[in-house]
Design a protein around this ligand. Structure first.
Ligand code: B16
Ligand code: MG
Length: 217
């Protein structure tokens, strides 16, 4: 059977969560409240719009539609300034080895990200050429944990959903993969990502022989 691999972006390929955090914290501070690293955990894998709704709840701020739209733009402008400075050094350990392994075996690879900035980030870190399909926040109508982003990716790769393997760092992403009947691999804290089919701290723990074992899924 033909298998396909789907990678989340933020927290799996690069650690952009730190930049999202700085940009959200700046907005929170401008609106007169604090935003902690712990609170930022809630933002992982969540759409920009939903993040701002949560942020305003934290600050107990009621926004008009116009303010809401302005703050969405302000946050993204700040975030883009961080992205601008990214390069290949920001790729997380052993991600290139895994991509290279799959590429050599001609396994189709997709990106399945909630981010509307996914493509420019992949360009910055020079990984675009590995991806047969890039499905991002611009292509989906329903956010993770809805499986839409991964189902579109499977379809683009021409692979059955049940033969797809998904790497994810967010609970909502693991749930999305599971509800698409895909094999979910949690990257990060196994206590938080306990619904995943497999768990690893990072890609350095994923051996070639483990990848090989997935190819018969
Ligand atoms: P943007 P992923 C997600 O990316 C991030 O985890 C999440 O924190 C962010 O709010 C979301 O993208 C939207 O990002 O504002 O760039 O459209 O983990 O699904 O790759
Ligand atoms: Mg992520």
């Amino acid at each position: 059977k033909k298998v396909g691999f789907i990678f989340d972006l933020d927290g799996v390929i690069v650690d952009t969560a730190k930049y999202h955090y700085l940009a959200w914290r700046k907005l929170a501070n401008e609106l007169g409240f604090e935003f902690s690293k712990e609170q930022n955990e809630l933002f992982k894998g969540v759409s920009r719009k939903r993040c701002l709704e949560i942020l305003l709840d934290i600050g107990k701020i009621k926004a008009t539609q116009e303010q809401f739209d302005t703050w969405m733009i302000d946050k993204n402008v700040d975030y883009l300034a961080y992205i601008e400075k990214m390069d290949a050094k920001e790729i997380l350990p052993d991600v290139p080895r895994v991509l290279e392994y799959l590429k050599k075996k001609n396994i189709p690879i997709a990106l399945g990200s909630a981010s509307k900035n996914a493509r420019p980030i992949l360009e910055k870190v020079n990984l675009v050429s590995y991806f047969d399909s890039i499905v991002d926040g611009n292509s989906v109508t329903k956010a993770k944990p809805d499986p839409e982003v991964f189902l579109i990716a499977a379809n683009n790769l021409g692979v059955n959903a049940s033969s797809c393997i998904v790497f994810e760092d967010a609970v909502a992403g693991i749930q999305a993969a599971n509800s698409a009947k895909m094999t979910s691999i949690g990257i990060g804290d196994s206590d938080i990502l306990d619904e995943a089919s497999y768990n690893f701290k990072d890609f350095t723990e994923i051996s070639d022989s483990f990848l090989e074992s997935l190819l018969s899924k």
